[in-house]
Design a protein. Structure first.
Length: 89
């Protein structure tokens, strides 16, 4: 395996990780902004009030996106293992 192929595999893996994490992080960002705005409007400064809705949103988003994420990971792994002959040179 040449260094160029190793770099290409690592780059592709990082991009795949980015695209898998992006929807979950976006959900957390949107819910975090909404909860912070609600805290500012109501003057509630409780730490549990900000973390519980975010954790619930992460859980809901993960459950909702889990089939898509699994399909993407299976396709990536199949593509990676399917090209073993190319990497063995």
């Amino acid at each position: 395996m040449t260094p160029e192929i190793a770099i290409q595999i690592f780059r592709h893996t990082l991009l795949e990780t980015f695209w898998l994490a992006l929807p979950i992080l976006a959900i957390g960002f949107v819910v975090g902004i909404a909860v912070s705005l609600l805290q500012v409007l109501t003057s509630i400064q409780d730490a549990a009030f900000s973390s519980v809705p975010r954790l619930a949103a992460f859980l809901f988003g993960l459950l909702l996106l889990l089939p898509w994420m699994t399909a993407k990971l299976v396709a990536f792994t199949t593509g990676l293992f399917g090209d073993f002959s190319r990497y063995a040179r």
